[in-house]
Design a protein around this ligand. Structure first.
Ligand code: GCW
Length: 682
């Protein structure tokens, strides 16, 4: 039912298998909940609901540890001294947000302790504990000590004040500004709960293409109301700051960051915000990018702009997340090089409370991009990863694409900046070069659709983002497994094929949209469907033809040293690897090289044939996904089954659309027949 869709991965399905259930019942005699904060109340309520729903009965609530088989839930300071002693070495292993879930025996009585240094850590532990039961894992001998490896785990909502969502495909914004602050939609609470269950601890409420009005007192009252809802769930609120706000809402003549009146205006604004929201997170800023105002409007640079704002929030413990997504039409020879060229020289020049937010790739959230060369290249500057959870270039919320597979590929990529093993994950968690701030952002795919994310499987992308934000070394297949069990069913006959379907889906979209390193050939503006022919946009780097450069001699963007030399922005090991078409990974071939249609691929095929076969492979993969899903009918409720079935049908139709459109278009240049195995255009 629609209710199932709404409940995300927190279904807490009743456990039908009596053997499985009995282990849980034995271990869950009573709950001893310590602590009285709002957060502790949430922990207790969650535990009670989860257990009741899954086991059919609620354990006794006990005010003190009596008898056997209790779950003791409380933070370190709330534990008695015996427990504190027993767990001392475990507490040494976790940071403030970490947790411990441990089976212990005290005075010959068996107990399970769920604890952390503070109440939010405990709450994270409770969700982990419940997930064990959701996933039918044993709880008889627990010893889990876990803590987030990244400090700022943040959703970016590209939500406008009129409730439209830029690149949002799941309805309108959750934030009902008109009814706030007095009306608190239950949805805000459910949103906070879902985020807390996967460890997300921050949310930027507003679009990076910011409207300064959000910083006016009327709106700040509404932001405060949301912050109050989110706080007990461990979630801080952030806002986007429009750089020209001092002019637009402050009545100043300039927004020059070196102007004292401007700096003071921001200081006052920060004070005003912190008066209302003492734990306000800070600002996310898109400046001098795609027409947004910024310090360069006044002949200043990104350092001036970011540091001025950093000074304003520093007294209150706030931070500035400054985006590096910049490119300009005035230097359009290679858009992929611009952010690095502009930001790399700034290394070490930002204030301590600034973190630079970098998209995972150098262009823009494509189905596949090599990792952004800034990662590892600014050792003196904290860099925050920006992933896009909403599928702007990957079929919106219509196509099933399991993104954690993409995220993992980026996180695992080796930058070689400090020799082999210098992965992107180690850059962003501060283990490669120590950083005061570490962070990861995901552009949200959430809206007010009944199922939150439009496509039922897009919920997995929200979930998976949270899990990887917590631990960027997790395996995306493990995450898919957890998500499927928590969201649908534990039946192995369901899990196995459907997990394969999810895992395949990422490569499928690459194959039917942009195989072999092609990129940005989506139809322009909305970015849905193919548009490799588009070439008439005013800014050269907005045209798909700029990216594929197909002509009768071949196809691809030469970023090697015979071309734009973008390869030189990578560490030497990679530069050499990418520079040579023979050693360049084939998945990125046309990203870095312009090659003749007859170029021989590793499998012996010509580039033209290989490309055509990749498009066909993508189509075949979607057909296979459809078959897999159709076979799963008996494991899934009617409503979600049908939704996904219809969506996969569209996806199959559109995979063929992509294949036919791209191959017919490129064929004009290659002048070659389609190879055997590729279906003729429909
Ligand atoms: O991906 C592009 C989008 C814009 C977006 C911009 C950005 C919010 O097409 O819609 O603007 O990137 O990330 O700033």
């Amino acid at each position: 039912s629609a209710q199932k869709d709404y409940k995300l991965w927190l279904q807490y399905n009743k456990i039908q298998n009596a053997v499985v259930a009995s282990e849980y019942k034995t271990n869950l005699g009573g709950i001893v909940a310590l602590g009285s904060s709002e957060t502790s109340k949430i922990s207790l309520a969650e535990l009670e609901t989860g257990i009741l729903d899954m086991l059919g009965s609620k354990p006794e609530t006990r005010s003190a540890i009596k008898g056997d088989n209790n779950v003791i839930v409380g933070s370190q300071p709330a534990l008695n001294s015996d427990l504190q002693k027993v767990l001392a070495s475990d507490f040494d292993k976790i940071n403030n947000e970490g947790f411990i879930i441990k089976s212990i025996s005290s005075k010959n009585k068996k107990q399970i302790v769920i604890t952390g240094k503070n109440d939010v850590g405990v709450l994270y532990g409770v969700y982990r504990f419940l997930r064990l039961i959701q996933n039918h894992k044993s709880i008889s001998n627990l010893n889990i000590v876990d803590a987030p490896k990244i400090n700022l785990r943040v959703l970016n909502h590209w939500d406008n004040l009129d409730r439209t969502v830029e690149r949002g495909y799941a309805g309108f914004s959750l934030w009902n500004w008109q009814k706030l602050p007095d009306f608190i939609d239950q949805r805000y609470i459910d949103y906070a709960r879902a985020n807390a269950s996967i460890g997300i601890n921050g949310t930027v409420l507003t679009n990076v293409n910011a409207n300064a009005l959000i910083l006016t007192p009327q709106y700040l009252e509404k932001v405060k109301a949301l912050a109050n809802v989110f706080r007990p769930y461990g979630i801080k609120v952030y806002l986007t700051a429009r750089f020209s706000a001092p002019i637009e809402i402050g009545g100043l003549k300039t927004a020059d960051p070196k102007d004292t009146a401007v700096a003071n205006w921001w200081k006052e604004k920060a004070k005003e915000i912190y008066n209302r929201i003492p734990d306000f997170g800070g600002f996310l800023v898109k400046a001098n990018s795609e027409g947004q105002p910024g310090p360069q409007n006044y002949g200043r640079d990104h350092i001036d702009g970011a540091n001025m704002l950093a000074d304003a929030v520093a007294p209150f413990g706030g931070i500035i997340m400054w985006r590096a997504f910049v490119y300009s039409e005035h230097d359009a020879n290679d858009r992929a090089k611009q952010a690095y060229a502009e930001f790399q020289p700034y290394d070490g020049k930002f204030k301590d409370n600034v973190i630079v937010q970098v998209k995972n790739g150098a262009i823009d959230f494509q189905p596949r991009e090599p990792f952004h060369p800034l990662f590892g290249a600014m050792p003196e500057t904290p860099l925050m990863m920006e992933f896009q959870i909403t599928q702007e270039y990957l079929g919106f919320s219509t196509h099933l694409v399991y993104l954690p597979k993409l995220f993992q590929e980026v996180l695992e990529a080796d930058t070689y900046q400090k020799g082999k093993g210098s992965t992107v994950a180690k850059v962003i968690d501060g283990s490669l070069s120590p950083q005061k701030l570490t962070g990861i952002a995901g552009v949200s795919n959430i809206g007010n659709d009944l199922n939150w994310t439009g496509h039922p499987f897009a919920q997995a992308n929200w979930y998976g983002f949270g899990r990887l934000a917590w631990d960027p070394y997790l395996d995306s297949e493990t995450i898919a497994d957890e998500w499927l069990r928590s969201t649908f069913s534990n039946d192995e006959d369901f899990i196995k094929p459907i997990k394969t379907m999810m895992i395949t889906s990422r490569e499928a979209v690459v194959n039917y949209m942009t195989p072999l390193g092609l990129h940005h050939i989506m139809d322009t503006g909305h970015h849905y469907g193919p548009g490799p022919w588009v070439s008439d946009l005013s800014r050269p780097e907005w045209n798909p033809t700029y990216y594929h450069k197909a002509d009768k001699n071949g196809i691809g963007f030469d970023r090697s040293k015979t071309g734009t030399n973008a390869t030189a922005q990578y560490a030497q090991e990679l530069e050499q690897l990418f520079d040579n078409a023979q050693t360049c990974p084939e998945i990125d071939l046309l990203w870095f090289h312009h090659l003749s249609w007859d170029y021989k691929l590793k499998n012996g095929q010509t580039l033209w044939n290989g490309l055509a076969l990749k498009y066909q492979e993508g189509v075949n993969q979607v057909l296979e996904m459809q078959n897999t899903w159709n076979n799963s009918e008996k494991y899934v409720d009617k409503e979600r089954f049908k939704e996904v079935q219809m969506l996969l049908k569209i996806q199959y139709k559109e995979a063929k659309w992509w294949r036919d459109a791209c191959l017919l278009y490129f064929q004009q240049y290659s002048g070659k027949e389609l190879p055997a195995g590729v279906e003729p255009p429909i």
